[in-house]
Design a protein around this ligand. Structure first.
Ligand SMILES: O=C[C@H](O)[C@H](O)[C@H](O)COP(=O)(O)O
Length: 236
């Protein structure tokens, strides 16, 4: 069973949560894009929703799927956000930002009454940290900010290299907001809350990929006898 088939199964279950008239947050990444495509089918069949995309990539996908879009300026409160994740632990704490969309994703999730995460089973972990933690920083003062981030990581009981993310062309990766990403290879984050507090206190850090207290539920698609089996966590 391919990861893509599992992602599609999770996305399909998430579409069932969408009700007519809902204001939706539309996540970013391969799993969220499958949700957008499946949601588009329902919109073309008559479902009425509006969506706030969490990235320019999702904006394009949603427009191609025919989903009406709005902004958090016009629609500051959303009913439901559906988004993927890079890791999820038993407390529904997440690492996000593998695609660099963490900042808008977190703003949209925080504006939503519910956030349901859609993942394949490989994303479930007991302890966050195997996936490198994305930390979004402003380009100004990168050297000093990197040192301060490393100190914050150490103070939170973690350790590991910080790597400036680069694109396929070798140039520094730029987020939709024009920022840079430092990926922290920590292997294990024993106290995500402490690390989150330490990171937001660093001048130059715009946001980090720890999503704590935001996800209200998760839809996990696992392979069972060659078929996807859906496991729900929290309220999903
Ligand atoms: O910045 C990207 C997002 O946080 C994604 O939701 C996350 O990386 C998971 O993406 P995917 O569904 O492609 O594994």
């Amino acid at each position: 069973m391919s990861p893509a088939a599992l992602k599609r199964a999770a996305a399909a279950r998430a579409v069932e949560l969408v009700e007519d008239g809902m204001r939706l947050g539309l996540g970013t990444g391969s799993t969220a894009t499958l949700f957008v495509e499946l949601l588009g089918e329902k919109v073309r069949a008559g479902l009425s929703v509006v969506g706030v995309p969490t990235s320019e990539a999702t904006r394009s996908a949603a427009q191609a799927a025919g989903i009406p879009l709005t902004t958090l300026d016009d629609t500051p409160e959303l009913d439901l956000t559906i988004d993927g994740a890079d890791e999820i632990d038993p407390q529904l704490r997440l690492i996000k930002g593998g695609g660099g969309a963490l900042l808008r994703e977190k703003i949209v999730a925080a504006a939503s009454r519910r956030m349901v995460v859609i993942v394949d089973g490989a994303k479930r972990v007991e302890t966050l940290g195997r996936f490198p933690l994305p930390i979004e920083v402003v380009p100004f003062g990168l050297g000093a900010t990197t040192r301060a981030v490393a100190a914050a990581i150490g103070a939170a009981g973690c350790d590991g290299p910080l790597t400036l993310r680069r694109g396929a062309d070798g140039a520094p990766f730029l987020t939709d907001g024009g920022h840079l990403i430092l990926d922290a290879g920590l292997a294990r984050i024993p106290d995500p809350e402490a690390l989150a507090r330490a990171l937001v206190a660093v001048p130059g850090v715009v946001e980090h990929g720890l999503f704590i207290g935001l996800a209200t539920g998760a839809i996990v698609a696992e392979a069972a006898d060659g078929q996807p089996r859906i496991v729900t966590l929290g309220a999903a």
